[in-house]
Design a protein around this ligand. Structure first.
Ligand SMILES: [Zn+2]
Ligand SMILES: [Zn+2]
Ligand SMILES: [Zn+2]
Length: 146
């Protein structure tokens, strides 16, 4: 869970200068265990400070290039972002093709693939992504599916 995250330490480990805004971006991402739209992250930060969207977007792109934030491409919509620290290992995502909602799934088997790639196989894995598309429960019900 994100309560375990030490954002200041995370930035320091990645040799990124600690600033209140960078911390605020990480706190927004850590406010729930899910993937966020940029506008949700903005709304979270703007409760306390004024910030330009482009600035936040740049920080998110920088963090995702450094590997401690994960950028999740979403078909037909803006990408989502989530924490990718040791508390948030890679996991599959489910996207509903009707409403576009993206849900994080349990990381169980993927974690093994990831460890194996980085360990015994000796490859250097930078990114692992599994995206599942379908129809979410709410949209299924709305269509009268049992
Ligand atoms: Zn963490
Ligand atoms: Zn849906
Ligand atoms: Zn996720």
């Amino acid at each position: 869970m994100s309560d375990a995250c030490d954002f200041r330490g995370l930035l320091e480990r990645h040799q990124v200068r600690v600033t209140p805004l960078r911390l605020a971006v990480l706190e927004a991402l850590g406010s729930a265990s899910r993937a966020f739209r940029v506008r949700e992250i903005l709304a979270h930060i703007r409760r306390r400070r004024r910030v330009h969207k482009v600035t936040v977007y740049r920080i998110l792109e920088d963090f995702s290039q450094r590997g401690f934030v994960r950028k999740i491409p979403v078909e037909g919509k803006a990408a989502r972002f989530e924490l990718a620290c040791e508390h948030h290992p890679p996991h599959p995502h489910f996207q509903c093709r009707a409403c576009g909602e993206v849900e994080c799934l349990e990381p169980v088997p993927l974690e093994q693939v990831w460890q194996e790639l980085r360990g015994p196989l000796g490859h250097r894995a930078d990114r692992l992504e599994i995206r599942v598309a379908g129809l979410c429960r709410r949209c299924r019900r709305a269509r009268g599916e049992p």
